[in-house]
Design a protein around this ligand. Structure first.
Ligand SMILES: C[S@@+](CC[C@H](N)C(=O)[O-])C[C@H]1O[C@@H](n2cnc3c(N)ncnc32)[C@H](O)[C@@H]1O
Length: 288
């Protein structure tokens, strides 16, 4: 497979998962398999990886590689507990989540994840999901739009953007959406920092894919399937995700946060999309 995605915090995630020979691990967000392949290098000869990939195209691309000792499933990670029980995948030494989208989604999927092209307003990881970005921007009430944009990205101009989106209906493509956003914000907004549509696109992607709900659902399941002494490693890319992870790690009885890592300057320079990453590690307490 031609790689587009630069795996973020690859070495750190695998070191902190304490991958060792013959141990089993779960990767909830397979993507292009960057983390999976690193785990498999270290957990042979009999250790396995169970991995989830919700996006059917991403799933097929990785499946085609025929990687040994990998059980890849084309399901959302919210089915973690069910799949682990169904296939009897135990004991589990570690669970990894590398949240969000892959570079392939932005550059190649043609599903409107990027504000740089002119693509259909889709933004779904899984085509079977019913909600699309097109539905949200064209049919949701202005107040709801404003709330989503504000709550999911802290966008300062959420009110103006929601108003302009409603005024610009029907919006057909990401190009239409970017034009509406640019009309709503001052000309020099975020100049030289980020694209003025960054936050609105992030909010839409989160709501379309129910990303925060999925995360809230999977964390207790990850804890449940883990053996005592096992670790959960989560890499998140915005403060809303990180806040959920931090809350869970601090409040869940029997779990203790043991590490927090951010990318080095060197990694951020070579891969700017890693700049907002935060990696948290928690350990399931072993009473023995
Ligand atoms: C940041 S990428 C993972 C990259 C991977 N670690 C690598 O090195 O190639 C996140 C992946 O998770 C997938 N994903 C997003 N939500 C998911 C969910 N609820 N269940 C399973 N996969 C999901 C996305 O389709 C994407 O491919």
């Amino acid at each position: 497979m031609k790689k587009a995605h630069k795996t973020v915090l690859k070495k750190e995630a695998i070191d902190l998962l304490e991958v060792d020979k013959d141990r089993n691990f779960i990767d909830c967000t397979a993507g292009e398999g960057g983390h999976i392949k690193e785990i498999l290098k270290r957990n042979g000869p009999d250790g396995k990886v169970l991995a989830f990939e919700w996006d059917s195209k991403m799933y097929r691309r990785l499946k085609k590689e025929g990687i040994k000792r990998l059980k890849l499933v084309n399901k959302s990670y919210v089915f973690l507990r069910e799949v682990v029980e169904d296939i009897g995948f135990k004991p589990v030494s570690g669970v990894l989540l590398d949240l969000g989208m892959s570079t392939w989604h932005i550059k190649k999927s043609g599903r409107g994840f990027s504000f740089r092209g002119d693509e259909p307003l889709d933004m779904r990881y899984n085509k079977r999901s019913l909600l699309t970005a097109k539905e949200v921007v064209n049919n949701w009430k202005e107040d709801n739009l404003k709330k989503v944009i504000k709550d999911y990205s802290n966008e300062r101009y959420s009110e103006e953007i929601a108003k302009e989106i409603v005024r610009s209906r029907p919006l057909r493509t990401t190009g239409d959406l970017v034009k509406a956003i640019k009309r709503a914000v001052p000309g020099d907004y975020e100049k030289g920092r980020i694209h003025p549509a960054t936050r609105t696109f992030q909010s839409l992607r989160i709501v379309v894919n129910a990303e925060l709900n999925n995360l809230k659902e999977v964390l207790p399941q990850a804890f449940e399937v883990l053996k005592p002494g096992g670790k959960i490693v989560v890499i998140s890319f915005h403060h809303l995700e990180d806040r959920e992870v931090e809350k869970f790690f601090n409040q869940k009885e029997g779990l203790r946060q043991v590490d927090l890592v951010t990318p080095s300057k060197k990694e951020v320079t070579s891969n700017p999309s890693s700049r907002s990453a935060v990696l948290r590690v928690a350990k399931k307490i072993d009473d023995k």
